[in-house]
Structure formats: structure tokens, C-alpha cells
Design a protein around this ligand. Sequence first.
Ligand SMILES: Nc1ncnc2c1ncn2[C@@H]1O[C@H](COP(=O)(O)OP(=O)(O)OP(=O)(O)O)[C@@H](O)[C@H]1O
Ligand SMILES: [Mg+2]
Length: 349
Amino acid sequence: MSKGKKLLGSITGISIVVLFWSIAYWLVNLLFPILGIVTNEYVKDLLVGVLGFLLMISTIYLIGKLFHSHRDDVFHIIVDAIKQISKGNFKVKLNLDRVNKGHPFATIATSINNMAEELNEMETMRQAFISNVSHEIQSPLTSIRGFARALQNDDITQSQRSHYIEIIITESIRLSKLSDNLMKLTSLESDHPFTAKPYRLDKQLQQIILVNEPQWLAKNMTVEPILSEVEITADEDLLNQVWTNLLHNSMKFTNEHGTITISLELVGDNAIIQFEDTGAGISPKDQLHIFERFYKGDKSRNRNEAGSGLGLSIVKKIVDLHHGTIEVKSKIGKGTKISISIPSRYSKR
Ligand SMILES: Nc1ncnc2c1ncn2[C@@H]1O[C@H](COP(=O)(O)OP(=O)(O)OP(=O)(O)O)[C@@H](O)[C@H]1O
Ligand SMILES: [Mg+2]
């Protein structure tokens, strides 16, 4: 404790003693004549001393009790709120009116309110996630069950039989892709191992185009690469997933004979990668949501082309991990351009 504080404490203590002894002196001198008590100065002084002491002790006791009970009250409210949260009730909200701002309890109560709010948000997201996953699992399962039942019918033709089998295969591939994407997303959201090393991004994009050649050739598409030589320090496997998802989208949402242009250039310290197609385009309303998990634009798309709406959320997550940005420009019926900017040298932040 500093000297100043000590001095202030002593002065306050002496003032309190003087105050109570003065009250006692005043009381004794007021009451004795009224009550007709006559006594000598020694007894009077003794009484003033005892009364002053008693008054001081009882006042300190009363004030202490008042503060103590208020503190206990707030303490119990806080403990009760924590118990509620631990039982899964995240709608708890502590009323801060009774706690002075700046008091340590006010800080604790505000932190508890913030924690409950965040937990409540996470709980809502968790429930939405489970309901989306169940829905995504349910629809292929329903069609697999339906077509398997139809196959039990001996009266169907050979071509119907192969058509039903084809649907069952497509739907089971969809299920397995869903589980694969869910695993990827969960792993990216927890502590995914991130290994950034230098490599040639133009070669990687060229490779992606080559690997997917059978698919775009089957749709009579043209894929045009405009790739500058760019070396980047990044996680090669993760970025492979980004380019694959973007190219798959462009192939999926573009009709036969369409064109996909993939460009790469270095602007300042950033690698700019663009995937542009002449496909169906995305409405302005859908553009606001396409990076959300499970969001699928046009609900009436072809069964064979249906995805789970996770591809772009995975892309966004990986781009975020690289401290990059992603932008979409699109016009219905004209095409879509997805532009990604990634720092060419990854540095931890
Ligand atoms: N190149 C594109 N052209 C037109 N629409 C697109 C394009 N890319 C994405 N979209 C729209 O954005 C939505 C979300 O895309 P995303 O890749 O996340 O899901 P998906 O392709 O439907 O399913 P998944 O990728 O899980 O198989 C798509 O359903 C589609 O409506
Ligand atoms: Mg996709």
C-alpha cells in the first residue's frame, strides 16, 4: 500500500471514531437532562466512550451485512446461471441492472451473457446442420429404396431394369460423396494439418484440367487455360480440392459445347485465379448464399447433376485458411466467373 493511501486510511479511521464519539457525547448530554439523571463527569465520560464504541460497532456490522447480502445475492444468481448453461439451457440472460458497472461481478455477468449467446448460436447451427445432413441422406436413400423395390417386379423390361440400377448407383455415389465432403468440412473446421510449401500453381491448374478431360470432353466442352508461370507457397493438396470443386461446378452447370476459361496471373504479391464459364449463371439472390453449407441454387436441377451444396463452402474454408479472398460475378443464362486471390507467400497470422 502506498504512503498516501495509508495516511488517507488513518485520517478516515480517526474521523469515524471522532464522529461516533461526538454522536455519543451529544446523545448523553441531550438525554441526561431530559431523563433527569444527575451524575459526575467521570461516569458521563465513561458512558460516552462505551456508547460511541457500541454505536460504531453496530453501524459497521449493519453496513457490512447489507453489502454482504447483496454480494451473496448476485453470487447466487451467477452460480445459478452457470448451472443452467451446464444443463444445456443457453437462453439464460443475467439482469445486470442490480450490479454496478465496473464492479468485478458486472464483468463476470457480461461474460456469462456473451458466452450463453454464443453457445445458443452454436446450438442453433448444430441443429440446422443435423437437419440438413438428415435431409441430404434421406432423399438418396428414399430413391434407392424405391428403385430397389421396383427391381423386385418381374414384369419390368431389361431397359427399365438397367435404368433403375443406374439410378441406384448414382444415388449411392451421391451418398458417398456427401460423407466424403462432410468429413472434409469437419476436418477443415477443426485443426486440419496445414502444410504450406512452394510449388508451381500453373502446373497444378494444368494438371486439374488434364485429369478432368474425360468429363469435359464427354460434354463437348472447351477448356481454355490462360496461365502465367506463378510459384506459390501454399497447401498443394487443399488447393487441389479448390480447383477441382470449381471446375466440377463449371462443368456441371454449363451445357454441352460450353467454354470454361481458367486464368492465372500474379498481381503484386497475390496470385489471381479465375474460373469463368458460359453456363447457367447464378441469380443475385443465390449469389449471397452459395458459400453457405448445403446451399443449392436451382432446386429443380437434373437428378444426375445434384450435389449436396458443400463444394463451395469447402472452397471458401480453404481460401480463408490461406488468407485469400473469393468473389463471384454471374449473370443468369450468360455464365459465372469465380475469382480467387491468394497471397503468393503464405504466412501465419
Ligand atoms: N459455375 C456455376 N454456375 C452456375 N451455378 C453455380 C456454379 N457454381 C456454383 N453454382 C451454384 O451454387 C450452388 C452451390 O455450389 P456448391 O458447389 O457449394 O454445391 P453443389 O455443386 O450443388 O454440390 P456439391 O459441390 O456438394 O456437389 C450450386 O448448387 C449452384 O446453384
Ligand atoms: Mg459443387
